[in-house]
Design a protein around this ligand. Structure first.
Ligand code: CU
Length: 445
């Protein structure tokens, strides 16, 4: 395998991308017609060559420049020009040969996470194979005896190599059609990054306190929406190679959890949920029937739908900071006291350019919707379901046009409006709490 072969291969993929999807699924011998192609939002699928009945892939481990969201770039490590690396999509029973060329400055290996194979193909540096030195290419070959949502990542200097982005999805379809036909099949890999504001390389030494939380290495609003037509059966495969568990939550329709690392579960094991924790090193398959609308899809840890922020900030909620701000401004020109009425004002300030922030970082909250600011970042995307989409149409359809009378609306601006039932206030405390101050906050210049 040389560079020329690799580029020829890529050229073939570009050509294939120009053909209608139907032309791509002609391999009836392997049952490929029975399953829709997996779509990796913001990512891509690895093309292969067929050599004597073996599917041949060529991965290249290399340093890349990656963009997490508008203007925030970093030197990361990935495969074939991206993080996550390209999704490998194959079928139960396939024999695969995968080359890995190491263009990193240090050794690496590749581990096929969750896949049954001969021990010597498992990719654990030092345990099942020698380390792959810079410049070397290794060959892995095995037959797939299972189906399911799986992953790949290095098993060499893992702490560093995964922290800087080396990972990908490895999806194996069952040979036979699935009992319920899937119409759209999405795949998302969860990760976290210690890209400290003003720096250009993720810090691999961080264990818990990360700056960016990503779906396929992107933060909202740079995450592509997941598009479907009303009534379609949608699967979202979620894999987690980050350092935290993520409760992944879908608004709108309930989903069934239909599978995980071990493949598709028997029907009796399916669970109806609206939030599913995807643990570190796990994968989960979520399936639902699409209902029209714009539905938020996100991690439910509220710090994971934020971008970079200082974590050890004092809790300023309810604190009048007007005097403090003037004092701090003597030392830090431009300092702006915040958080007195909550943090939503943060996006107002960053949008207005009052708080430019350090170089190469994203505002904590971003994104605009049809009704204003979304105040979201990180692990957040939107499932956009419409009645009138073509079967293979994955283009962003814009914002949902709600049927008349189905949108929450303002009916008063008077805080004393109505006569809501409330609990009796507590008897006065003995001077332990400051005087309550009326809400309302004047924005600073
Ligand atoms: Cu999370």
């Amino acid at each position: 395998m040389n560079r020329r072969h690799f580029f020829l291969n890529t050229g073939a993929a570009t050509l294939a991308a120009a053909l209608p999807a139907a032309a791509l699924s002609q391999n009836a011998a392997t049952g490929e017609r029975k399953h829709p192609k997996v779509r990796t939002p913001n990512g891509w699928t690895m093309p292969h060559r067929l050599v004597d009945g073996v599917k041949v892939f060529h991965l290249v481990a290399e340093e890349i420049e990656h963009e997490f969201g508008p203007g925030t770039r970093a030197k990361c490590w990935g495969y074939n020009g991206s993080t996550p690396g390209p999704t490998i999509e194959v079928f139960e029973g396939d024999r695969v040969r995968i080359y890995l060329t190491n263009r990193l400055p240090e050794h690496t290996t590749i581990h096929w996470h969750g896949i049954n194979l001969p021990s010597g193909m498992d990719g654990v540096g030092g345990l099942t194979q020698p380390q792959i030195l810079p410049g070397e290419t290794y060959e892995y070959e095995f037959t797939l005896q299972q189906h399911g949502t799986h992953m790949y990542h290095p098993h060499a200097d893992e702490m560093v190599q995964m922290a800087v982005g080396m990972m990908g999805l490895f999806i194996i379809h069952p040979r036979e059609p699935e009992p319920e036909r899937i119409d759209r099949d999405y795949a998302i890999l969860l990760h976290n990054w210690a890209l400290h504001p003003g720096t250009w390389r993720p810090d691999p030494s961080v264990m818990t306190d990360f700056d960016l939380w990503t779906f396929n290495s992107r933060v909202f609003p740079a995450t592509e929406p997941l598009v479907a037509r009303s009534g379609e059966r949608v699967r979202i495969r979620v894999g987690n190679l980050s350092m935290h568990e993520h409760p992944i939550h879908l608004h709108g329709p309930r989903f069934w959890v239909t599978g995980g690392d071990g493949g598709r579960w028997p029907r009796a094991l399916w669970r109806s949920e609206v939030t599913e924790i995807v643990g570190v090193g796990q994968t989960r398959d979520l399936e639902f029937i699409a209902e029209p609308g714009d539905w938020a899809f996100h991690c439910h840890k509220s710090h994971h739908t934020m971008n970079a922020m200082g974590h050890e900030v004092p809790n300023t909620l309810g604190v009048d900071q007007s005097g403090v701000e003037a004092e701090i401004r003597k030392l830090l020109p431009g300092y702006m006291a915040m958080g007195e009425t909550g943090m939503a004002e943060h996006q107002v300030h960053t949008d207005m350019g009052h708080m430019p922030g350090p170089e190469n970082t994203l505002p904590m909250m971003m994104g605009k919707g049809p009704f204003g600011k979304l105040e979201m970042g990180g692990m957040f995307s939107v499932v956009k379901v419409r009645d009138d989409l073509g079967a293979d149409d994955y283009r962003d359809p814009g914002w949902y046009r709600h049927p008349p009378g189905t949108v929450a609306r303002r009916i008063s601006r008077d805080p004393q409006f109505g006569d809501p039932v409330r609990r009796e206030p507590l008897p006065p405390a003995k001077g332990t709490l400051p005087e309550a101050k009326p809400m309302g906050h004047e924005h600073h210049g």
